[in-house]
Design a protein around this ligand. Structure first.
Ligand code: MN
Ligand code: MN
Length: 364
């Protein structure tokens, strides 16, 4: 097989670093560590029910005893351990936070501490594991507050509560038919494909952009009776197609895996909505701000798309807790802006808007 001339992730990062002559290379080293975790998780996912190299049986649920009489390990937990093990030793991190850990993770005293914070969702869409549908991992890199770096003290939850606009880098891995890494270091969005022969991520999508218009939307319609009026209006107008106010037909997609949805939209446009709804007033949205909405939002904006709570840019939201949930709408710019307009339109906000009621395809 001829050796491909495509650039590797390492080469790409070295080129990016040349933009900042003073940069120490720590960010590059950290991103490379994360990419090693991605490779390890990719292998664990690829072996499925066969289990890992150590003979451990793995499943989405975990705890089940399989036909060999082995207790299965939960893949989310294993993926979290892989992230921690590949990133904690490097000296570049002041601390970590993850969907799988209630509290921030402290870098053990045996290792030195650095200036970045790593936040991640080690396995996104894990309910899709047992049905062999694409899953992924998501990460976000923030700067640790100056006093953390100076003192080397333990990190607290408050240190992580920074708006998404402050992210230094963000990315995801998608474990699909091929394993991909999609990355932004604040200079556009680049896609890498894992070369299974060399075990290297290589640049295959040098400049990913989201088209501003689309005829494709993604939403969990089983929640439609809980939607707020602006979301109902938007979806109703999509469903009305060429006979409605939009004057064109739409298609719908729903994979139930955030990374896979984001990836589709980066490849060909579309709009994704998991809006705030009235289903459970205690949960203002479904997705997590720090390790789902912020990194995916940063990537979308860097690709020329838009990421929103439905009301305002998601990257401007000051987080209040580590595991905060939020309404999340992203994708093709003109569609996301339309959804925001509907949220700000006083007539649409009123559920009793006669135009809306007349057209609603979701009336109870
Ligand atoms: Mn997730
Ligand atoms: Mn997860």
């Amino acid at each position: 097989m001829p050796l491909s001339r495509r650039r590797t992730l390492t080469q790409y990062l070295i080129e990016q670093r040349r933009r900042f002559p003073g940069a120490s290379g720590e960010l590059n080293a950290l991103i490379l560590d994360v990419s090693i975790a991605f490779k390890a998780i990719s292998r664990a996912v690829a072996f499925g029910e066969l289990g890992d190299a150590a003979g451990n049986s793995i499943s989405a649920e975990g705890g089940r005893v399989n036909v060999q009489g082995e207790v299965q390990k939960k893949l989310d937990v294993i993926s979290n351990q892989m992230f921690v093990a590949t990133a904690e030793w490097s000296g570049h991190l002041a601390g970590m936070a993850s969907e799988e850990m209630e509290h921030p993770y402290q870098i053990p005293p045996t290792y030195s501490r650095g200036k970045y914070l790593l936040v991640f969702d080690p396995l996104d869409g894990s309910s899709n594991i047992d049905v062999n549908v694409s899953v992924g991992s998501i990460f976000s890199i923030l700067r640790a507050p100056p006093d953390v770096v100076e003192s080397g003290r333990d990190v607290t939850e408050a240190d992580f509560l920074q708006p998404g606009a402050t992210q230094v880098a963000a990315g995801y891995a998608l474990y699909g038919p091929v394993t991909m890494l999609v990355l932004t270091v604040g200079n556009g969005v680049v896609g890498f494909t894992l070369d299974p022969n060399l075990g290297e991520f290589k640049v295959t999508h040098p400049q990913i952009t989201v088209p501003p218009d689309t005829r494709e939307f993604a939403i969990n319609t089983s929640n439609s009776r809980f939607w707020e009026p602006p979301v109902k209006r938007y979806v109703d107008e999509c469903l009305a197609g060429s006979t409605g106010p939009r004057g064109k037909d739409f298609n719908m997609r729903w994979i139930a895996s955030l990374v896979a949805e984001a990836h589709r939209i980066l490849m060909r446009g579309g709009v994704f909505m998991y809006p705030r709804d009235t289903k459970d007033p205690a949960k203002p949205g479904r997705l997590r701000l720090l390790y789902e909405a912020n990194p995916i939002g940063f990537i979308m904006e860097q690709a020329g798309g838009r990421a929103s709570t439905g009301r305002q840019p998601v990257l401007g939201v000051k987080p209040s807790t580590l595991h905060q949930r939020i309404g999340f709408v992203f994708g093709s710019k003109n569609e996301v802006e339309r959804i925001e307009r509907y949220h700000h339109d006083p007539a649409t906000r009123e559920a009793a808007n006669p135009l809306f009621v007349e057209r609603s395809l979701f009336r109870d």
